[in-house]
Design a protein around this ligand. Sequence first.
Ligand code: ADP
Ligand code: VHF
Length: 387
Amino acid sequence: MPISKRIVVKVGSSLLANPDLLTPRWAFIQRLLEDFRLLRDQGYDIILCSSGSVALGLKMIGETPETAGLRDKQAAAACGMPLLLNAYKQVGTEYRFDIAQVLVTLRDMEERKRFLNTKNTIDRLLDAEVIPIVNENDSITTEEIRVGDNDRLAAKVAQMVQADHLVILTCIDGLYDKNPEEPGAKLVEEVEDVSQYLAVTTGTSDLGSGGMLTKMQAANMAQNAGCVTLIANGEHDSPVSSVLFNKREHTRCLAHTEPASAWAAWLTDRLQMAGSIVVSSDIVDAFEKEKMSILREHVQSIQGPYVKGDVIHIYSEDGEEIARGLSNFSSEETMVLTRNMNMPPEQLLGYKTRGTIVGKDNLVRLEEHHLQWDSPEDSASVNASSS
Ligand SMILES: Nc1ncnc2c1ncn2[C@@H]1O[C@H](COP(=O)(O)OP(=O)(O)O)[C@@H](O)[C@H]1O
Ligand SMILES: N[C@@H](CCC(=O)OP(=O)(O)O)C(=O)O
């Protein structure tokens, strides 16, 4: 099976749950899986990222979308997940599909080993022609350690399986050039640079989580991994193939050139910032010409806490994010190294090390098409050489 026939389909809560009764929308699931059958028969591998567990589980714990807090949503997800999977299972049988549940957490995407483990599982399911249904394991994730939206999670999965299309089905026809409630808002058919639209993407539907903002962030991650994102209304016959084959209106976010490697794509597109450092202007200038390792003398300030092996965001002194890279040290160790420049790293840390903060092979310089993240609050950062 050529890898170019891999698609990731993300389905939002509002398509899966009736807004008032919070019960499964069987007719939609029917249309979706009927379309999957058609695509499978044409040789497409499909990975489904499905929301809906929280919405479908709320009634069981006596909550509503308006009143539910984080704890309620965690419990609702535990109640709703079997209902959601049961719906897919029942309809799947009708269309000769086997399905499988893959529940992931933030760390399964952010830690390289766990990311590859998840990839292996999904690949194996696809080999067996089983449809992986991916969702966040909401019941065990708290605010600090959750992805929080399935748009970016789906983009991460698209990057993971090297899909060439990510199809995001939602309750609106695509991205509008301003708040769709405002008169005169127009559908944007093609997006090359998502950063132009971030300011006009506030608000979600009643059951949705991330709104159009996380769809744009997801599209950027997919773009950077060489994957096209199609955003469309799911309320349509053949909801996926009609968009994939360009038979109805939608927003198409173009793919950028292929990333240097799957490793570089994983390293660059993050779901959460583990920590960051500010580096001196000499290394920023040097970066213009070639990629170089970041040494302790380059570090101006550190924002943690983070641990050895976390991907950290690297900023210039004027707040521009210039690179991301795998840190060889925890934030505490980095602090010790940079505050005691006259002492050898080995002596400071008690083990053999050259003290390179980020090696050049574990570093990716951000390009124009990568969305930069705002630098963390200055007040929270600690000056590396202040004592
Ligand atoms: N510029 C925009 N274009 C389109 N939709 C937008 C825009 N800004 C905000 N939205 C809102 O995003 C919502 C879709 O996101 P969301 O509710 O999270 O859906 P889903 O549950 O499918 O992820 C729409 O209902 C719309 O109101
Ligand atoms: N993981 C959650 C959904 C999170 C989410 O992104 O929701 P949505 O914006 O409707 O796609 C759930 O299963 O309810």
